[in-house]
Design a protein around this ligand. Sequence first.
Ligand SMILES: NC(=O)c1ccc[n+]([C@@H]2O[C@H](COP(=O)([O-])OP(=O)(O)OC[C@H]3O[C@@H](n4cnc5c(N)ncnc54)[C@H](OP(=O)(O)O)[C@@H]3O)[C@@H](O)[C@H]2O)c1
Length: 258
Amino acid sequence: MIEPATPPVSAVRTRLDGRTALVTGSTSGIGHAVADLLAERGAHVIVSGRDPGRGHAAVTGIQARGGHADFLAADLTTDTGTADLAERALGVTGRIDVLVNNAGVFTFGPTADTTAAGFDAVYDLNVKAPYFLVQALVPAMAERGSGAVVNILTGAAHRGSVAAGLYGSSKAALLLLTQSWAAEFGPSGVRVNAVSPGPVRTEGTGYGAGLDAVAAALPARRLGEPAEVAAAVAFLAADEAAYVHGAVLPVDGGATAA
Ligand SMILES: NC(=O)c1ccc[n+]([C@@H]2O[C@H](COP(=O)([O-])OP(=O)(O)OC[C@H]3O[C@@H](n4cnc5c(N)ncnc54)[C@H](OP(=O)(O)O)[C@@H]3O)[C@@H](O)[C@H]2O)c1
């Protein structure tokens, strides 16, 4: 049998060769899996988070598999954190083609117990940081006429619940921003979409049994894997999703459905 000279179009359109991707919160959990997969698909990945030990370990893992990655330490809740990260990220290859707003904090509890500082900590990381990273990085994508932003939401963004008002509302704001940015930047060739994960065991969620109880009620009857969320992010970041703008892709074991 004669082998085709070029790979099928569908395979090429999943690749990210020649593109630079900034993945916030990629020292851990879902973001780490996203960084691994985008690098596997050919992107030069900028791993980011506060912890240099975990950051360098993530980069070493990608490089050991033949991928390209750098680590940039950043605390996205400080006054200058997002602007500083954006500037240093642009310095790595001279451009950012894919921005994954994954870094997030999940704080649960009654409204009566929420302090102003606790409120700010959630909104600073979950809403303000993505907002100002988009402000700093997307206009250059729009000038080039191409780029992709993927925001990481949560099931708590789509419905009210007793203890997740603060966290869920911050991600609901990011959902609305996803749609607004799709409208604002889509005509310039920049696609903005979101992935909404269900329960996924990570360093951040810890290892308690609570998550298993949530998973047991889902149609999938199990927790999700970080790599399963990453697969959806990689799809939305690549040309395969060229006609997908402003969408929210649930990767939640069916939580949205039932
Ligand atoms: N796991 C789930 O079940 C689940 C479900 C739905 C949605 N999500 C969403 O998915 C995203 C990732 O969750 P995860 O479970 O993978 O969390 P995780 O394991 O706690 O990872 C969070 C990441 O964010 C970074 N980060 C935290 N605070 C930061 C700050 N101030 N500045 C910069 N980076 C910071 C952490 O890096 P450093 O510690 O190095 O700073 C880490 O890389 C979050 O947006 C979360 O809301 C998770």
